[in-house]
Design a protein around this ligand. Sequence first.
Ligand code: 5GP
Length: 190
Amino acid sequence: MGKGLLILLSGPSGVGKGTVRKQVFNDMSLNLAYSISMTTRKPRNKEVDGVDYFFVSEEEFIDKLNNGELLEHACFVGNYYGTPKAYVEELREQGKNVFLEIEVEGAKQVLSKYKDDDKVVSIFLLPPSLEELEKRIRGRRSEEEHIIQERLGKAKREIDLKGNYQYSVLNDNIYRASEEIQQIIRNHLK
Ligand code: 5GP
């Protein structure tokens, strides 16, 4: 069996990457594996350590980073996020198609590291509008106003970078967007 795909999904905070990703994963025939990131952010309500993220202290994060254990990393609105490298490579070697849900700076690092890897698929998820995005970010009710403002500002700057990705998918409807992403992946599996 050949090496698996490395699929990157980016998109502004609140666009619904997590929800779309879960729907995409319902197609078992795609043989997907989710790369669980490491973060120094505190868990939100229903988030589980080792499922949604590996929640770590800043010291632990910097240790891993200095040991070269991260494939990419970024600071996002005051917290560190990074992708553990060994896990991704191991899964790809097993033929799994590994799915990374990361922000634009990290994606840029991955795209430049793997520029000769024709099994990399990069997708940017777009919100129907900025108004809709603000509504979704506020709907979480888990963050203070200045954090919401920062996430919104960052979202606008992120959308400007969609040209770095092979595909842009509009999240006008979770099911439609997920199907489009599944089809993109199928095309790359041929
Ligand atoms: P949140 O705090 O909303 O879970 O995530 C904030 C942003 O960080 C989102 O755009 C999310 O996709 C991104 N992110 C999550 N994990 C990683 C990672 O390992 N690396 C990078 N670069 N971004 C990540």
